[in-house]
Design a protein around this ligand. Structure first.
Ligand SMILES: *Cc1c(COP(=O)(O)O)cnc(C)c1O
Length: 220
């Protein structure tokens, strides 16, 4: 049996104090979340809107929910009222829809821009010119109902450490570059690193890690 509580305590006590752990609870039952909640964890990540809204309705209201998976535009309205941070903003169109839906309910939604750093073309994310275009439009004041808090990225799924390092370094480069250009004091978060690579990610400058299987065991 995987002991999520033991894994959690070990991981949490090994993290530098400025690194936020997002416990990725996708596919795991609400009870698994409650177990870590009772140990003090408040940030939880899900990758599907329906699963996220179902769990949010069952669980304590002070949980900070993170959406980490690809978000379809027609589902934005379901999460905008309560989401703490959307990590996966991967197009100008999606950002526009989030801004519009948040405006309807007079909210400012926290988001990260997801950057494509992996070799696989299956992974979502912005390229450099799309990132620059968003920063330009944001600085022009086009988006009044989103708060751009930083960047997110996923490395290639590989055993090759050198490649992962190279990809994380490129994301850190985009982060520093964007931070110097964007007119957003909230731009402070670099969401980088999962179960297999979070230690590397932290060494390269991550301050938010998204960890699932190393806490809850593998997903089937
Ligand atoms: C599932 C997922 C994670 C967590 O993956 P683990 O390898 O189980 O830690 C992190 N980020 C994203 C975007 C995910 O979809």
């Amino acid at each position: 049996m995987f002991n999520a509580l033991e894994n959690y305590n070990r991981l949490q006590s090994s993290l530098p104090s400025d690194v936020v752990l997002v416990a990725v609870s996708k596919t795991k039952p609400a009870q698994a979340i409650e177990l870590l909640y009772n140990a003090g964890q408040r940030d939880f990540g899900e990758n599907r809107v329906q699963e996220l809204t179902e769990k949010a309705s069952l669980l304590p209201k002070d949980i900070r929910w993170h959406l980490i998976g690809h978000l379809q535009k027609n589902k934005v309205k379901y999460i905008v009222p309560f989401i703490h941070l959307i990590h996966s903003v991967d197009s100008l169109d999606l950002l526009t829809v989030i801004d519009k839906e948040a405006g309807k309910i007079n909210k400012v939604v926290n988001i990260l821009l997801q950057i494509h750093i992996a070799e696989e073309d299956t992974k979502y994310g912005l390229n450099e010119s799309e990132l620059n275009e968003i920063i330009i439009q944001f600085n022009e004041g086009k988006f009044q109902h989103v708060r751009i808090c930083g960047l997110m990225g996923m490395a290639t799924f590989t055993e090759n450490q050198a490649q992962i390092i190279k990809e994380f370094e490129s994301l850190k480069g985009y982060f520093d570059h964007s931070k110097s250009l964007i007119n957003s004091p909230a731009f402070t978060i670099l969401s980088m690193g999962m179960s297999g690579d979070y230690m590397l990610a932290i060494e390269i400058g991550s301050n938010m890690i998204r960890v699932g299987s190393a806490l809850f065991g593998s997903r089937t």
